[in-house]
Design a protein around this ligand. Structure first.
Ligand code: NAP
Length: 312
């Protein structure tokens, strides 16, 4: 089966990953683009979803690659048109909007796939397998990157619903919520917000287990990193197993030894899975990474720090 797909929100991730991965996947055929400014040479492009709908071009699914703050209304437009829907992470600015979007897709009997790209990695799957049935006593997540390098000039990340440093941080939490054998919960957090911004540039989070057992569980996210970019986590269990996931989850070390170094094929795997979901007419929506971020804002202590300026 070949699904006719349109991509809406033709920014960095649409161009870096969605368009190339759609082109590589024989289950999809790109039929249109939607953007207020950008164009794709090979297919018709429209300034709005309404324009695409009015064109009568046959579409089966839409990949929505806009920032999260505007997704719910656009998602409803897609579902109202009878199209299936794939959305970028973070799915929505609040848990409430995600619940509403999922219910709307169910009502419209359409597939909704809320992607978490960092979960699609053979090393992450291997870590999950090795942690099955274990009791986790230690978790340390370190996600430190340079915002200038990964979000050049993107103003939406500093606006309400833009997530700030939780935009990459939620990728780490999407791995954590996939591989840990039991859910963890936010205990406390310190959230650093630049004086000229609505969203954080740094966060220091402590988690707890649900059963009250003592455990040393934490995460640090920072967007002021220069030089080496760090996306890693270490996990220890009561029975002495030590896992380290490095390079965004693509490299797995077990008790100090590298056991897997997977190629980065996150979006290839996302489109392979979308084809399977469409065939099975099944949705996939996991709110747990978004819930943890939301809980950080609920329980965190905000600290105002120096104003952010883009470096040139
Ligand atoms: P971006 O480069 O700013 O692109 C966002 C696109 O959405 C733009 O093409 C813009 O298109 C459209 N858009 C912006 N505001 C809109 C609005 N109010 N209404 C409708 N469309 C709007 O951002 P990005 O980096 O691609 O990120 C988009 C999403 O992908 C985010 O959720 C992000 O977390 C996720 N993501 C990004 C990366 C990355 O490396 N950057 C990696 C993985 C996931 P027009 O203005 O042309 O309409």
């Amino acid at each position: 089966m070949v699904y006719r797909i349109a991509v809406a929100g033709l920014g960095k991730i649409a161009n870096d990953q969605h368009l190339p991965c759609i082109a590589k996947n024989k289950n999809f055929k790109l039929v249109a683009g939607v953007s207020r400014h950008a164009r794709i040479d090979s297919v018709p492009c429209f300034e709005s979803l309404a324009g695409l709908r009015a064109s009568k071009i046959a579409v089966d699914a839409v990949a929505l690659c806009t920032p999260p703050a505007v997704r719910l209304a656009l998602a409803r437009e897609v579902l109202d048109a009878g199209w299936h829907l794939l959305i970028e992470k973070p799915p929505t600015p609040t848990v409430g909007e995600l619940i509403s979007m999922e219910a709307y897709a169910r009502k419209k009997k359409r597939v909704l796939y809320a992607t978490w790209h960092s979960r699609y990695n053979a090393s992450v799957d291997e870590a999950k397998k090795r942690l099955k049935g274990k009791r986790v006593s230690h978790l340390r997540v370190t996600w430190k990157e340079d915002v200038n390098r990964w979000h050049p000039g993107q103003e939406w990340i500093w606006q309400p619903g833009g997530f700030g440093v939780f935009d990459p941080g939620i990728n780490a939490l999407s791995i954590v919520t996939k591989i840990l054998p039991e859910p963890i919960f936010v205990e406390s957090a310190t959230i650093e917000v630049p004086s000229n911004s609505a969203t954080p540039i740094g966060a220091d989070i402590r988690f707890k287990r649900g059963d009250g057992e003592q455990a040393d569980l934490s995460a640090v996210f920072d967007w002021r990193q220069r030089g080496e970019q760090i996306w890693e986590m270490e996990i220890a269990t009561r029975d002495g197993l030590k896992l380290e996931l490095k390079k965004g989850g693509s490299v797995l070390l077990v008790n100090g030894k590298t056991v897997r170094e997977a190629p980065l094929e996150e979006y290839e795997m996302i489109y392979a899975k979308f084809a399977r979901l469409l065939k099975a007419k099944k949705s996939d929506v996991d709110p747990s990474p978004l819930q943890l971020v939301s809980d950080c804002f609920m329980l965190g202590k905000p600290v105002v720090v120096d104003a952010f300026r883009w470096s040139v």
